[in-house]
Design a protein around this ligand. Structure first.
Ligand SMILES: Nc1ncnc2c1ncn2[C@@H]1O[C@H](COP(=O)(O)OP(=O)(O)O)[C@@H](O)[C@H]1O
Ligand SMILES: [Mg+2]
Length: 204
């Protein structure tokens, strides 16, 4: 079942209020129903890194960016503007799964930013992590390409965005947020969607 969480419903849509506490202040409150492992997914430029970091702060979780775990051969391919194939992705996804399992085994909540566009990639990430939850940052091609145009990414030319939208298999069982809002409003909406899951999945 699909769960939608409109960030514009958040109490702080403009991001004007102080965000959740950051390092140095009081420890972030871990929501009672907060999951131990979360994947923040979506096409390049949708805000996975920005919102993932903000969500991790809110949940008191470790933040992991999947981009940092690519083997060098994958990085070279992406630099050249060539989309990765599933053979390229397999060891990368297995490594990310292992990183999350390591955190969960220690009782350390973890938020992973990872495009995870296809159901089989998400299945690979969820291997032996049955409680893994997914946040999908969804938005229009126009909005996301405008954001990408302003960003110099290490190895994701904006020309790859179209192929990302083609590859996207939108998840049905995720907390979905519309990215047309501030980073903090999105993190708040995602956190609410995750911690309020029990009510949200109840059949009418
Ligand atoms: N909600 C947002 N509002 C405005 N700008 C955003 C938002 N989310 C991300 N950005 C900007 O868009 C660009 C892409 O965001 P990023 O987090 O790097 O995306 P991803 O990790 O999914 O590729 C960055 O320049 C970032 O600062
Ligand atoms: Mg990123």
């Amino acid at each position: 079942m699909s769960r939608s969480c409109d960030p514009r419903d958040a109490a702080d849509p403009g991001g004007a209020r102080a965000p959740a506490p950051v390092g140095g202040g009081e420890a972030p409150a871990r929501g009672a129903g907060a999951p131990l492992a979360v994947v923040v997914m979506g096409v390049s430029g949708c805000g996975k890194t920005s919102v993932g970091e903000a969500l991790a702060r809110r949940l008191g979780a470790r933040f992991v960016d999947a981009d940092d775990f690519h083997p060098p051969a994958n990085v070279e391919k992406m630099r050249a503007g060539t989309p990765l194939d599933d053979t390229d992705r397999a060891p990368w996804l297995a490594r990310l799964n292992a990183v999350m399992r390591h955190s969960v085994a220690k009782g350390e909540p973890v938020v992973l930013a990872c495009s995870a566009l296809k159901a089989r990639y998400r299945a690979a990430l969820a291997e032996r992590l049955p409680g893994l939850r997914v946040v999908h940052l969804a938005g229009s091609f126009e909005l996301i390409s405008a954001r990408l145009a302003q960003r110099q990414h290490r190895y994701m030319p904006a020309s790859l965005l179209a192929s990302q939208f083609e590859a996207l298999e939108a998840p049905q069982d995720a907390v979905t947020v519309d990215v047309d809002a501030s980073v903090e409003a999105l993190a708040e909406a995602a956190a609410r969607g995750l911690t309020g899951a029990r009510e949200a999945v109840k059949e009418p």
